[in-house]
Ligand binder design. Structure first.
Ligand SMILES: Nc1ncnc2c1ncn2[C@@H]1O[C@H](COP(=O)(O)OP(=O)(O)OP(=O)(O)O)[C@@H](O)[C@H]1O
Length: 270
């Protein structure tokens, strides 16, 4: 069962804002296995936090827990001041899964119209929806493809349609699961510029997973994961300095070696 922490002291106007995500002893089982083990971390508001770690370490499971679609979650997990999965969070969070979730037989604009109508139903909302859809298509640079069938787009363009869906309704928290996989370097650079613009101009919080370590350098903060645990929770600069490394990749490898050595030491002293 999940617990809920009431707003911590210090959230009055003029004091530090509460984090976008706050986890204590967050544990998740998938099938017979515990895939996230007693995680404690926070995701600060208005910044880009990168969730980095090797394939299978639990990044998607952590993201699914935050957006409220993961079963068997225990411990405490607060999102935007509510327990994860709370119905009022639905329109406040944008979530992009690894597989683009778009309808191939609809155009880009029709896909967005459809999802916008689900988010904000009713005839009176039609004008608002039209504006939201046009803005989201512009944000992801698909204006010239607005009337193309999604099924005729490239993989990268389809990923951007999914991202545009997540941008509908101007969410406060964007959870993006490996949004740049398979994209060419120019598109990756442009998407990261868009992520920074969303954080800076709208004050949105972005949690972005990747296993490409050079993308870590583009984040304000990093959560480095390995085998269901968080190895480090800090800024790229602080991680490089603490480990005496030139890159985040080298810092990550340093931390992995340290974790393996500590585990071995524990084994031998048992
Ligand atoms: N449906 C499932 N049932 C049981 N175990 C699962 C299921 N999905 C994932 N797992 C296991 O949970 C662990 C974490 O998986 P998860 O998809 O969260 O990792 P990830 O870090 O996102 O990996 P990737 O980078 O490859 O997407 C893995 O060991 C995986 O085998």
């Amino acid at each position: 069962m999940m617990n809920y922490i009431a707003d911590p002291p210090g959230t009055e106007p003029g004091t530090a804002p509460e984090p976008a995500v706050q986890a204590e002893s967050l544990t998740v089982a998938r099938g017979p296995r515990t895939v996230l083990r007693a995680l404690d971390f926070t995701v600060p508001r208005g910044q880009i936090t990168g969730l980095l770690g090797p394939s299978g370490c639990g990044k998607s499971t952590l993201m699914r827990s935050i957006v409220g679609t993961q079963a068997k979650v225990t411990g405490t997990l607060n999102v935007l001041g509510r327990p994860a999965g709370h119905p009022t969070l639905r329109t406040r969070i944008g979530y992009v899964t690894q597989a683009p979730s778009v309808y191939d037989d609809l155009t880009v604009r029709q896909n967005l119209d459809y999802f916008a109508a689900i988010l904000d139903p009713g005839r009176a909302a039609a004008t608002r929806r039209h504006d939201d859809v046009t803005r989201a298509i512009t944000d992801v640079d698909l204006t010239t493809h607005a009337d193309s069938l999604a099924g005729n787009l490239s993989g990268g363009q389809r990923s951007r349609v999914s991202l545009a869906v997540a941008l509908l309704g101007t969410p406060e928290l964007l959870v993006l699961d490996e949004p740049t996989v398979g994209l060419d370097p120019v598109l990756r650079r442009d998407l990261w510029a868009l992520f920074h613009d969303i954080a800076a101009s709208r004050g949105a919080t972005l949690l972005i997973s990747s296993h490409v370590m050079d993308e870590a350098e583009r984040c304000h903060r990093l959560l480095l994961m390995r085998e269901g645990e968080i190895l480090a929770d800090d800024t790229p600069d602080a991680l490089r300095t603490a480990t005496g490394s030139d890159t985040v990749e080298a810092a990550f490898l340093h931390l992995v070696d340290e974790a393996v050595a500590t585990a071995r030491q524990k084994e031998t002293t048992r």
